[in-house]
Design a protein. Structure first.
Length: 394
């Protein structure tokens, strides 16, 4: 695991340095390999892309080694460990199209593969992996049954394989795609959020049922993992809002023509990216730490976790409500009335209500950092660095 963490650090800091050098034209003809390729999610140089792919393969090896005992038929886990491994394998496998072009390839071909990565990799198989991981954690905690979780995962996979491939087309507006393709792509893309939303609703119903149980009953694992559950519920909620509602708003072809690249795009991106993958990462961290630490140590850190949970969710909501969504609507309206070029120029971005909303976002960012990130960081550090007394606690 330390080797994987070291490899991640090399790729992250190496690519960031290379991108800075590439943007400032300090790499000469080596810009493509070590610098900045210029594409969203594909901005890192080809050398760093290869290292990333190798690191992902090593990650798959570590997962397989850990999951192999649970994948036995007599493990009682059903198909979930295998499905988790297959979803993980899809991540490096479907990243390979990022290397299907070179520095002199036609831009239309480059943009095709770039949007393959953006949709089928980031929005597709990352989403599938998130759904499987959430389902697996819900089963481990005891919120949903193995059969229900497995069915939803298969539904998710079907939507990605059949709907996700068609849905990729909603990115190809400026590649000359037809009206039928754009309309079908927008609808199929919106369907991808359905399974994780259903899974979240299933878990929420189970929590409400559990709250009505008789007093004095033994506390199940779900009671101990309550903050993990709440972060996983937040994953489902933000997935529905960020990927579902906000994603569908800008999927529609006629809207996409005017809004692509405006603030409505990061409005969808912020709510979907951190709302799903950020909250999921925090849920996994808390799930592991709660399993490792005793009740007494956990109780001392729980107030920080409670504050951090509401801080990150409130901060993210304020980002959307105070700036990203209203500013995106203003920019879209200006684009429709005066042209896309007008809504993107500095004179519009640095003046008027749009600029005021950007300053107002300071409230959201400070809430996110001070009330959300800082308490969660303190809680995690406290849990990691505090040792159990006499080998156990509580």
């Amino acid at each position: 695991m330390l080797a994987l963490l070291g490899a991640l650090a090399i790729v992250v800091f190496g690519s960031l340095g290379g991108e800075w050098l590439g943007i400032n034209d300090k790499l000469g003809r080596y810009w493509f390999w070590f610098g900045h390729q210029g594409g969203e999610y594909l901005d890192l140089g080809r050398f760093w892309q290869v290292l990333l792919a190798v690191g992902l393969v090593f990650w798959i090896f570590l997962l397989f080694r850990a999951l192999r005992p649970a994948m036995r038929k007599d493990s009682g886990q059903g198909e979930l460990p295998g499905l988790f491994l297959y979803a993980a394998v899809a991540i490096p496998l479907f990243y390979l199209p990022a290397m299907f072009y070179g520095p002199h390839t036609n831009f239309a071909i480059i943009d095709n593969w770039r949007f393959w990565i953006i949709h089928l990799w980031v929005e597709g198989f990352f989403e599938l992996f998130a759904t499987v991981l959430v389902a697996l954690m819900f089963v481990q905690i005891g919120l949903v049954g193995v059969k229900s979780a497995t069915r939803l995962i298969y539904l998710d996979a079907i939507l990605y394989l059949f709907g996700g491939l068609v849905g990729t087309g909603h990115h190809w507006y400026f590649s000359g795609q037809g009206t039928l393709n754009m309309g079908l792509a927008a609808c199929f893309s919106a369907l991808e959020v359905v399974p994780l939303t259903l899974l979240t609703l299933d878990a929420w119903d189970f929590i409400r049922l559990q709250e009505r149980t008789a007093e004095g009953c033994e506390r199940p694992l779900a009671a101990k993992q309550i903050w993990t559950i709440k972060f996983l519920i937040a994953v489902g909620v933000w997935n529905f809002i960020g990927a579902g509602i906000f994603g569908f708003l800008l999927n529609l072809p006629i809207v996409s023509y005017f809004e692509i690249g405006t603030t409505l795009t990061p409005n969808h991106g912020h709510a979907a990216m951190f709302g799903v993958f950020g909250m999921l990462a925090l849920a996994v961290v808390l799930f592991c730490l709660r399993a490792l630490k005793g009740d007494r140590i956990w109780a001392r850190s729980e107030p920080f976790i409670r504050t951090g949970f509401w801080g990150v969710n409130l901060g993210l909501a304020l980002m959307v409500l105070l700036d990203l969504f209203p500013a995106g609507v203003l920019q879209l309206w200006d684009s429709i009335n005066h042209g896309y070029w007008h809504a993107r120029r500095l004179s519009f971005l640095l003046s008027g209500t749009f600029h005021t909303l950007e300053w107002l976002r300071i409230v959201a960012d400070l809430t996110f950092l001070a009330v959300g990130v800082v308490p969660l960081f303190l809680a995690v550090m406290r849990l990691v660095l505090t040792r159990e007394e006499n080998g156990h606690d509580a």
